[in-house]
Write a protein that binds this ligand. Structure first.
Ligand code: YH5
Length: 276
C-alpha cells in the first residue's frame, strides 16, 4: 500500500502511472486553452485505460533540457491539476523538483510528489514532511542539461541503492511514514546503457530495500539503443516488454506513456504466468 494523502493505493499488483506532459511541445498547437483541453482529454483516456496514477509534469527533464522558470512551471501544471482533481477519481502526481511547485500542487490536490532530483533542493524534504502525500524519490547523477555527457560510477547499483536508502531514511527521521515513500533508480538520468542494464537486472535487490519501486523506461533511449537505434516513435513494443519485465522483477509502479498497451500486456502476463 502507498498512502497518497490519505488515499491508499493498493500495490499488491503493478500499478500503471500515465505520463501527462504539460510542456508546450506536448499539447500546444492551438495555444494555452487548447493545450489544456488536450492534456485533460489525454488524462481521461489514460484513466479509462486503467492508469492508477497520472503524473503531471511541466518541466522537461529530457537530456539536454534547460531549466524552466518557477512561474512558468506553476502556470502549466496547477490549472491542469485543479481540473483533473475536479473530474477524475485517480491519484494525481506532480513531477517536479521545485519545492514551491510541490507545495502548490499539494494545495491543488496532488496525492504524490515525484521528484527526479530526489528531494535534494533546499526545502523539498520540508514540503514533503509537512504534508501527507506520497513521495517518489528518484536517483539522478548530475543535472538534466549535462547528465548524459560522462556518467561515471564505481558501482552503479551500490551507489544508487545507497542514495535512495539515505534519502528515504532522512524522510522517515523527519516523520514521513514509510507507507508514503516509493523509490526509483532513475533510468536514463546520468546513466549509460550499461549502467541502466545493471540497475534493471538488480531490480529484485532494490525492491528488497523495503519500499515500493517505481520504474520509468517508457520510450527512453535505453529502449531505442537495445533495438539498434530506433527513433522515439518506434519504441512502443520495446517499452511494453520492459514494463512487463520490470513488473516481474518486483517493480510496483510503472511510469509509462502508453497506458492501454501496457495494461493489456500486464493483463496477459497475469493470466498466463503460473501464480505463486
Ligand atoms: C522516471 O524514470 N522520467 S521524465 C527521455 C525520453 C523519453 C522519456 C525519448 N520522470 C522518470 O520520461 N519520474 C521522467 O527519450 C520520471 N522516474 C520518475 N519517477 C523523462 C522521460 C523520458 C526522457
Amino acid at each position: 500500500m502507498l498512502d497518497c494523502a490519505g488515499r491508499p493505493l493498493r500495490l499488491d499488483g503493478p500499478v500503471v502511472m500515465g505520463v501527462l506532459n504539460v510542456t508546450p511541445d506536448s499539447f500546444s498547437d492551438g495555444g494555452r486553452h487548447a493545450g489544456e483541453a488536450a492534456a485533460l482529454a489525454h488524462a481521461r483516456a489514460m484513466v479509462a485505460s486503467g492508469a492508477g496514477i497520472i503524473d503531471v509534469g511541466g518541466e522537461s527533464t529530457r537530456p539536454g533540457a534547460d531549466p524552466v522558470p518557477l512561474q512558468q512551471e506553476l502556470d502549466r501544471v496547477i490549472p491542469v491539476l485543479e481540473r483533473l482533481r475536479a473530474e477524475l477519481d485517480v491519484v494525481l502526481s506532480i513531477d517536479t523538483s521545485k519545492p514551491a511547485v510541490m507545495q502548490a500542487a499539494l494545495d491543488a490536490g496532488a496525492g504524490m510528489i515525484n521528484d527526479v532530483n530526489g528531494l535534494r533542493a533546499p526545502g523539498a524534504v520540508e514540503v514533503v514532511a509537512s504534508g501527507t502525500a506520497a513521495v517518489c524519490v528518484m536517483h539522478m547523477q548530475g543535472q538534466p542539461r549535462s547528465m548524459q555527457e560522462r556518467p561515471h560510477y564505481a558501482d552503479v547499483v551500490a551507489e544508487v541503492a545507497d542514495f535512495l536508502t539515505r534519502q528515504a531514511e532522512g524522510l522517515v527521521s523527519r516523520g514521513v511514514a514509510r507507507e508514503r515513500i516509493a523509490l526509483d533508480p532513475g533510468f536514463g538520468f546520468g546513466k549509460t546503457l550499461e549502467h541502466n542494464l545493471a540497475l534493471f537486472r538488480s531490480l529484485p535487490g532494490l525492491a528488497a530495500l523495503g519500499y515500493p519501486l517505481l520504474v520509468g523506461v517508457s520510450r527512453k533511449s535505453m529502449i531505442g539503443t537495445l533495438l539498434g537505434g530506433r527513433p522515439v516513435s518506434e519504441r512502443l513494443a520495446g517499452s511494453v516488454a520492459a514494463a512487463v519485465v520490470a513488473a516481474r522483477a518486483g517493480a510496483r509502479i510503472l511510469r509509462v506513456h502508453d497506458v492501454r498497451e501496457t495494461m493489456d500486456a500486464l493483463t496477459i502476463q497475469r493470466a498466463l504466468e503460473p501464480q505463486q
